[in-house]
Design a protein around this ligand. Structure first.
Ligand SMILES: Nc1ncnc2c1ncn2[C@@H]1O[C@H](COP(=O)(O)OP(=O)(O)OP(=O)(O)O)[C@@H](O)[C@H]1O
Ligand SMILES: [Mg+2]
Ligand SMILES: [Zn+2]
Length: 332
């Protein structure tokens, strides 16, 4: 999480709090204008508690009166709620309404940052990290199964049927996503829609309000490396974001295995997220043998045994699209 996004999150939460206050005051004003009985009850309560404060200030024993006041207060609140309902308002209309009831929009809870603050900051910093991707271009709706029709994979597998299942799985995955959803390994040759479907998932999951980080594996690792060796301005922000976001999408795994640092970073990310039960979507051009050959067994055994493996089949869709364009160009 970057300092900048944390600062902005603090600001947004402070704004929420003052907004809640302003709205609360507006509601009080509205009710005082419309239901004079409520105003009267509030005034009486105010008087009683002021008297009580005076008694306490004079050092007299006020325990009995405090008890009575508490009782009065309780009854008054009950009456106010009834009056509100009788006049067509929700019973809790005069209470403060916070975006986060837990910390009452202060950003702090139980002596530390409230999750509403840390989650907002993570989301803002995810937005920064994802800035380069045009998510809108990739959806389930513009993913067509027609490109896979009539084709067969190496062992005679029907590509259309296989990809129909892949599409169906991804749709369901996105629709029912929770931060403890399973991890996915998408593998298959180039141009078959791995990036397209992972971004379609990202779109849905972002729309649900979860934090998603997407980039090519090598870009993520370069950034982590820059920060690790202190060449970047921000210290370890990216790694922490990669470890803690709701959904991490590491595209194009497979060009980084020559570096010891990258290998151990990949291991760290996969392992830590697995321990935290947080999902990753990894996509790669490598097949099972290649992955096993290039990566440490500690990584491969984890991925192959606990990820949902989706094999992409067919013919490079970039090529098919070009052919279609040429054909329609000739026709016109
Ligand atoms: N089923 C599909 N329907 C429509 N467009 C598709 C489909 N599959 C892929 N495309 C488009 O084809 C191009 C290549 O797809 P994509 O980038 O998802 O392939 P990939 O499997 O990630 O390839 P690589 O392994 O090279 O990264 C993209 O522009 C993508 O939007
Ligand atoms: Mg791709
Ligand atoms: Zn909170």
């Amino acid at each position: 999480m970057t300092e900048e996004s944390f600062g902005r999150a603090v600001q947004i939460i402070a704004d929420r709090r003052s907004h809640a206050k302003v709205q609360h005051e507006e509601r009080i004003q509205e009710i005082e204008d419309r239901i004079p009985e409520v105003t009267e009850i509030n005034r009486q309560l105010f008087r009683t508690s002021r008297n009580l404060m005076e008694i306490i200030r004079q050092g007299k024993d006020a325990s009995q009166r405090i008890e009575r006041l508490r009782e009065q207060n309780f009854q008054a609140q009950h009456m106010v709620r009834q009056l509100l309902e009788k006049n067509g308002y929700p019973a809790n209309y005069l209470e403060m309404h916070y975006t986060c009831e837990k910390c009452q929009d202060t950003g702090y809870y139980g002596g530390t940052y409230c999750t509403c603050l840390t989650e907002l900051a993570a989301k803002l910093s995810a937005k920064e990290l994802n800035r380069s991707v045009q998510f809108e271009n990739y959806s389930f709706d513009n993913f067509s199964l027609q490109f896979y029709r009539g084709q067969h994979g190496e062992n005679g597998k029907d590509c259309y049927q296989a990809m129909e299942r892949v599409l169906c799985f991804c749709r369901e995955y996105a629709m029912h996503f929770t931060p403890s959803a399973p991890s996915i390994l998408m593998f298959g040759k180039t141009g078959l829609g791995k990036t397209h479907l992972s971004l379609a998932i990202a779109n849905e999951v972002l729309r649900k309000g979860y934090g998603v980080l997407y980039d090519s594996t090598i870009n993520f690792l370069r950034q982590v490396e820059r920060e690790h060796f202190g060449k970047g301005v921000r210290d370890d922000d990216t790694l922490e974001a990669l470890l803690s976001c709701d959904l991490l999408i590491m595209d194009d795994l497979g060009t980084e295995f020559h570096s010891q640092f990258y290998q151990s970073a990949v291991y760290n990310i996969i392992n830590t997220r697995m321990n935290r039960r947080k999902p990753i979507i990894i996509s790669t051009n490598m097949g099972y043998d290649e992955i096993s050959y290039h990566y440490d067994e500690r990584i491969t055994s984890r991925v192959f045994t606990s990820y949902t493996c989706l094999q992409f089949l067919g013919t490079d869709i970039r090529v098919l699209k070009k052919q279609q364009q040429r054909q329609s160009f000739r026709k016109n």
